[in-house]
Structures are given as structure tokens and as C-alpha cells.
Write a protein that binds this ligand. Structure first.
Ligand code: HEC
Ligand code: HEC
Length: 333
């Protein structure tokens, strides 16, 4: 099936006589994958997903019982929170904007600076971080054990009712892996439907791969190559620079390239939530960013006309498949 689709697309591209420059990614590199990946140590099962979804929406995972994962990763906000900086416990600064958890099954470096290596490892961090859920794993386990309704959910997912940190994080990871962008107009175009996106959006895509050179970092069906760059924002946050040896100049102020799928209309965008429209984002790239030693070598100034900028925005809008259909779980008593 997978290969049939691929050859169909290649065939169509050939039939349409579209020739692509040798150094551009081939059109099929934008094809959506057929399956959701999961690690052998935590294969995806419906029962784990059900448990994970319940935990994700349950505010009892925070110390004061007021904050769930979904408080900051809300289905109504494209799995982020619509805020420049997230809610926080009094007085504790939280300097980075909440990223989406959509398509997180494909992440191999998590957090803006890549400090977590898997969804399983990441899930402990928000629960125990002071300015987030501010809880402790042993206390959380005690609390969950007192909720009788969790016992059947753990039994169905793991074979018995034992509640362990590993099981909590495996279930949360499993649920998040099922949050996958819906098919967007761009996907239908890649699959061969010429009318799925407008002529202006196609011009925008040509700019994206051409003069604007967005594609040097925003690659693949998720529109990221999962690497870290300093794109020259004013923010003084060292980003990945604080995590890796400081002789790696290019990692100073470097943050993970985010996906461009299903972006919220007016952002906020960037790790510091400093931008509020795609127009503002594109003008930043045109201008080339703050000149400093760590600035990515791919950040070269260029100029777009107002019309070209509008084409590029039309293209980015074709990456929007709309919100996921999500029913809120009943929280167990
Ligand atoms: C107070 C708001 C808040 C809460 C609550 C919260 N998160 Fe987050 N989440 C964030 C922020 C902010 C980041 C980015 C932090 C950074 O990179 O330094 C993040 C990052 C993530 C990431 C990494 C995404 C990526 O692109 O790298 C995942 C996955 C995630 N959170 C899952 C969860 C889960 C699971 C829970 C519940 C156990 C949760 N979050 C609770 C704010 C929150
Ligand atoms: C050098 C690599 C690179 C290039 C080139 C690049 N980007 Fe980015 N992009 C990034 C990184 C890294 C971030 C996050 C930066 C941060 O928050 O510090 C980002 C963030 C964004 C965001 C915000 C997404 C969000 O969720 O906050 C948008 C939109 C975006 N880029 C669009 C574009 C467009 C359009 C172009 C071409 C004009 C482009 N990018 C070129 C690496 C790049």
C-alpha cells in the first residue's frame, strides 16, 4: 500500500513534467508516514492509550489538584495553551512557551533544548517541576492508589493493578503518540490532487523551497529536521547552549526547529512566544536575525514583496488539518 502510494505520487510528478532542482528534497519526502512509531519497550495498545488519556486530563497529577497536562497542552489550543509563557506557580519564572504535543510520536529530542530523549522520559519532568505540576512521584502514586477507578484501567493496560512511575509515564507517552495531525490540504496535493491547494499556495511553496530557504530547516512531512539553531531572536536564553559544551558556538541560543503543521492562527510563536503573526515571523527571516557568532549559517537575509509574503502564508495555511476530534475522558473516582 505504502509503496503503491509512493509510486503513484512519483508518477504524477513525472506526468506533470515538474522538474525539481537536484538539491531540493524530493516531493515524496513530504509524504505522511503510514504508521505511528513506538519503542519496543512500550508498544502502543488501546488500553495504555485509554489510561494515558485519563491521566493526561486528570488535575490530580498536580500537587494542588488544579493543573493537568491538558491545562497547558489543550486540545482546543492545538495542544498548547495560547499563552506567551505558561501558567506558573507563584514567583517561579517559566521562561519558555508551551510547545504543542501533536505529532510527538516522531520526536527524538524533546523540549526546546532537547533535554529529554523520549516521551517516557519527558513525562516525569512536568509532574515534578516546581513551576509546573510541582508534585513528587511517590506522593502521586499514593494519591492514584486511593482512586479505586484507576485500578481497572491499570489492570487492562498492564495486566495487574500495580501503579508505578514507569507505568504512569508509559501510559502518558502512549496517549500522546496517538495525537497525530489530520490530513491537510497540502497532503492531498502531495498525494496528487492538483486542486487541493490554490495556485497562490503553490507559489508560496516554491518560495518556501526557493528564495526564502525555509526548507533548509523545516523539512519532511512534519516540516522540521529536529535539529537546533540560533535564528537570531532577541531572547538571551542560551537554549541548547546550556546543555552542551560551550565550545559548540552554534548551540548558543539554539532551539529545536518546531513543526509548521496546525499552527495556531496568531501564535504566539517561538520559544519565547515573542511573535504573533506569520507575517512578523517571515519578516524576521527576511531581515536575517540578530548577527552574532552563534547565528545559523542558513540565516541569510532576503527580500519578499508583499504579494510573495502572502503566497508564503497561504502555503503555510495548507499545512493545517484542523483540530482533532477529541472526547474528554471521564475521570475515575
Ligand atoms: C504549566 C504548563 C505545563 C504543564 C502543566 C505541562 N506542560 Fe508539557 N510543556 C510545557 C512547556 C513550557 C514545555 C517546554 C519546556 C522547555 O522546553 O523548556 C513543555 C514541553 C512538553 C513536551 C515536549 C514537546 C516538544 O516539542 O519537545 C511534552 C511531550 C510535554 N510537555 C508533555 C506534557 C505532559 C505529558 C504533561 C503532564 C504530565 C505536561 N506536559 C504538563 C508546559 C506544560
Ligand atoms: C536555520 C534554520 C531555520 C530556517 C532557515 C527557518 N526556520 Fe523557522 N524556525 C527555526 C527554529 C530553530 C525555530 C524556533 C526558534 C526559537 O524559538 O528560538 C523556528 C520557528 C519558526 C516558526 C514558529 C513556530 C512555532 O511553533 O513557534 C515559524 C512559523 C517558522 N519558523 C517559519 C519559518 C519560515 C516561513 C521560514 C522561511 C522564511 C523559516 N521558518 C526558516 C529554524 C529555521
Amino acid at each position: 500500500m505504502r509503496y503503491c502510494g509512493l509510486f503513484l505520487v512519483l508518477g504524477l510528478v513525472a506526468a506533470m513534467g515538474i522538474s525539481r532542482a537536484a538539491d531540493l528534497p524530493p516531493r515524496e519526502s513530504y509524504q505522511r508516514p503510514a504508521d505511528i512509531p513506538s519503542p519496543p519497550s512500550n508498544p502502543l495498545t488501546i488500553e495504555k492509550v485509554t489510561l494515558g488519556k485519563t491521566l493526561f486530563f486528570d488535575p490530580r497529577l498536580s500537587r494542588d489538584g488544579a493543573m493537568s497536562c491538558a491545562t497547558c497542552h489543550s486540545p482546543n489550543m492545538r495542544w498548547s495553551d495560547g499563552r506567551v509563557l505558561p501558567l506558573k506557580a507563584d514567583g517561579v519564572p517559566n521562561a519558555r512557551r508551551t510547545p504543542t504535543v501533536l505529532n510527538s510520536a516522531w520526536l527524538n529530542a524533546l523540549m526546546w533544548d532537547g533535554r529529554a530523549a523520549s516521551l517516557e522520559a519527558q513525562a516525569v519532568l512536568p509532574i515534578t517541576t516546581a513551576h509546573e505540576m510541582n508534585f513528587e512521584m511517590p506522593l502521586l502514586l499514593d494519591r492514584l492508589k486511593e482512586v479505586a477507578g484507576y485500578q481497572p484501567l491499570f489492570t487492562q493496560a498492564f495486566g495487574d493493578a500495580e501503579i508505578t512511575p514507569k507505568r504512569v509515564t508509559q501510559a502518558l507517552a502512549s496517549f500522546q503518540r496517538t495525537l497525530v495531525s489530520k490530513t491537510a490540504p497540502f497532503d492531498r496535493w502531495v498525494a496528487g490532487d492538483e486542486n487541493a491547494i490554490s495556485e497562490n499556495a503553490k507559489r508560496g511553496f516554491a518560495l518556501f523551497e526557493g528564495k526564502a530557504n525555509c526548507v533548509s530547516c523545516h523539512k519532511s512531512w512534519r516540516f522540521t529536521e529536529d535539529a537546533f539553531h540560533d535564528i537570531g531572536l532577541e531572547s538571551l536564553d542560551p537554549g541548547r547552549g546550556a546543555k552542551v559544551p560551550s565550545q559548540l558556538v552554534l548551540m548558543q541560543h539554539a532551539f529545536k526547529t518546531p513543526s509548521l503543521r496546525d499552527l495556531p492562527k496568531n501564535g504566539p510563536f517561538m520559544h519565547d512566544g515573542s511573535m504573533h503573526s506569520l507575517e512578523e515571523v517571515i519578516k524576521h527571516y527576511e531581515q536575517g536575525g540578530v548577527q552574532r557568532e552563534s547565528l545559523s549559517q542558513e540565516m541569510k537575509p532576503f527580500e519578499l514583496s508583499d504579494v510573495e509574503r502572502a503566497y508564503l502564508i497561504d502555503f503555510i495555511h495548507t499545512l493545517d488539518g484542523g483540530p482533532l476530534d477529541m472526547e474528554f475522558p471521564n475521570l475515575p473516582e
